[in-house]
Ligand binder design. Structure first.
Ligand code: IMP
Length: 198
């Protein structure tokens, strides 16, 4: 395998992905690096479906090994909403400040022990021969009472991590990569790839 394409346009994610996959000793290209400009409709009902749609679409366009991720926030008290719809919750163009406010408001009066939530990430790999692999991992926490922290993105400011005593938005990028759903799922995928590429 001479290169891997990661089906994302997010440069922040690419930095984290390259760091985690560096010991595979295979160049990891973003869609931009690979000169691919397509809009992929993520219309699956699960994170697995969306990750596979993205990886397979780009593999078919390039004939290369392609990885893709899909992730979301599951809030137990809200029947695991927003889940696969996390990016589109309350409208795709609604700011995260408003999305976060809405989730905190929907949990008004709910005690700590019922505020459990997790970020989940699925990584899919699509090989040129049609083989598909997926890995899934989670980061467990609770929904806080207000936004805290300036790092990260999305729902991080309201995602409280009891073992760190702060939100995931208050962790450094290195700390978050170590315990995050995306970091864990990607490391699992790396181990599968190491076995296959031996
Ligand atoms: P994506 O599939 O990685 O683009 O993530 C979908 C959505 O899930 C994001 O737009 C965020 O709303 C949410 N999300 C996923 N991972 C995180 C995270 O690490 N922090 C905060 N929000 C996240």
């Amino acid at each position: 395998m001479e290169k891997i394409i990661f089906a994302t346009g997010n440069e922040g994610k690419m930095k984290e992905i390259r760091e985690i996959l560096k010991d595979l000793n295979i160049p990891v290209l973003s869609m931009k690096d690979a000169g691919i400009h397509v809009d992929i409709v993520e219309d699956g009902d699960t994170l697995e479906e969306n990750a596979v749609i993205k990886a397979r679409t780009i593999m078919q366009l390039t004939g290369q090994l392609v990885l893709a991720d899909d992730s979301g926030l599951e809030v137990d008290y809200l029947n695991k909403e927003p889940g696969v719809y996390s990016a589109r919750y309350a409208g795709e163009h609604t700011s995260y400040h408003i999305k976060n406010r809405m989730i905190v408001d929907r949990l008004n009066g709910v005690p700590d022990e019922k505020r459990t939530a997790r970020f989940v990430c699925v990584i899919a790999a699509a090989f040129p021969d049609g083989t598909i692999l997926t890995t899934r991992a989670a980061m467990e926490g609770r929904i806080g009472y207000e936004e805290k922290g300036a790092n990260g993105f999305g729902y991080d400011p309201i995602f409280y991590l009891p073992e760190y005593g702060c939100t995931s938005s208050e962790l450094t990028m290195e700390q978050k990569n170590e315990c995050s759903h995306r970091g864990k799922a990607l490391r699992q995928m790396k181990e599968k790839l190491k076995d296959l590429l031996k």
